[in-house]
Write a new protein. Sequence first.
Lengths: 217, 217
Amino acid sequence: MSLKRKNNKSTQVPEPTLRRLPGYLFFLEKVREKGVINISAPTIGKELKCDPTQVVKDLAVTGIKGKPRVGYNTYELCHALEEFLGFNRVNEAFLIGAGNLGTALMAYQEHQTLGIKIIAAFDVNEDKIGKHVGGIHVLEYNKLFHLSNRLDVKIAILTTPNNVAQDVAEDLVNCGVKAIWNFTHCNLDLPDNIIVEDISMSSFAAVLLRRLNDSEE
Amino acid sequence: MSLKRKNNKSTQVPEPTLRRLPGYLFFLEKVREKGVINISAPTIGKELKCDPTQVVKDLAVTGIKGKPRVGYNTYELCHALEEFLGFNRVNEAFLIGAGNLGTALMAYQEHQTLGIKIIAAFDVNEDKIGKHVGGIHVLEYNKLFHLSNRLDVKIAILTTPNNVAQDVAEDLVNCGVKAIWNFTHCNLDLPDNIIVEDISMSSFAAVLLRRLNDSEE
DNA sequence: ATATATTAAAGAAATAATTCTTTATTAAAA
DNA sequence: TTTTAATAAAGAATTATTTCTTTAATATAT
């Protein structure tokens, strides 16, 4: 994580909590479809196999109050969670680097249910420019600068080769991007106010392989 | 994380450390290519923008010792990290669910540098069976049971729709799989000895969108 | 050869997150 | 209407992780 973001730290929701919230949302949507009106924290905890007090604490960040002996209103909670997470808005995003991973993410439509909509992709490679994946065009990288002037896109998904990641990230910041979803293995050096969310497959592989090793003694 | 894995907990490396190790490895490989023989923890810390004592603690898990006033031997460290993480081995994996995300991961060859090699993909959809992506065949799901008898595959990548994820995961466990890389939004209910590594895009989206919201006050 | 500055290693303190405990609320039952 | 049981909320204790501090080692310069 970034070294310093002390400004509104006190009001900031802990990352572990944030990471758990979508899980609650998916579960609540499921039970709501079955017609459940109210659900208690202990019930949620049992289903999701986590501590019931943790559930209460996590859900408290949405501002929704539960009633003793009744629990939470599922409709209210779902709505509040979507609102809190921003999943019910359309947050437009650029994607840079239309290689294997990039086109994969373009084809993977599910971001839209997560409130993120890739509206354009960019690449420097002639072979990739003009392609059309999942309803998204791959444009020439230089067009990024023109387009970002007209559109107010705050999110970028970075799927370039590692060696150009830093340069591209700086370009993106200059284009007004405020948050970068970084799929490269680079640790980007950007101004403090830019949100960088690193999602390195290598970290996941590391944990998986090591734990597998551990379990085999 | 799973509720209980107290068996060798004392010897177990903390997850945050594990997640940082690939970053060190990539950086060290880079400087090693430039001919750097020795590197100190403070130097690594400066480059990777993290605490130098943290670097020392993290690298200590590999068993490699640094020398005062000299630092660590880059060759030794790279080798030890690869060995420790399992990145220098070929860990074979099955992939289940050849949809958008599944085929994406098949095309995304980079797993191989992370020690994970998808050797076969499976799906129930007729249209997908027989496909060939990134050198990997999509086989009929039922063939999984035969194939797992002959091959000793311990890792599975789960990219099915959410509603079948639990059933498929149970099949996988019955086929001898010990670790599941779970890309679905389900929290799988499996025996304690099975390693489950959840990588839900929704959690990442949640953190990104929320932090973006926070920064906009 | 000696002193010095740099550094790794080990341990302590601080911080963050989770789990446990208590309290207060409230719907349902008597 | 009163009692009871279930539950959310608030706070305390525990645990895990990170940062800080001290100590010991050693290559380089004097």
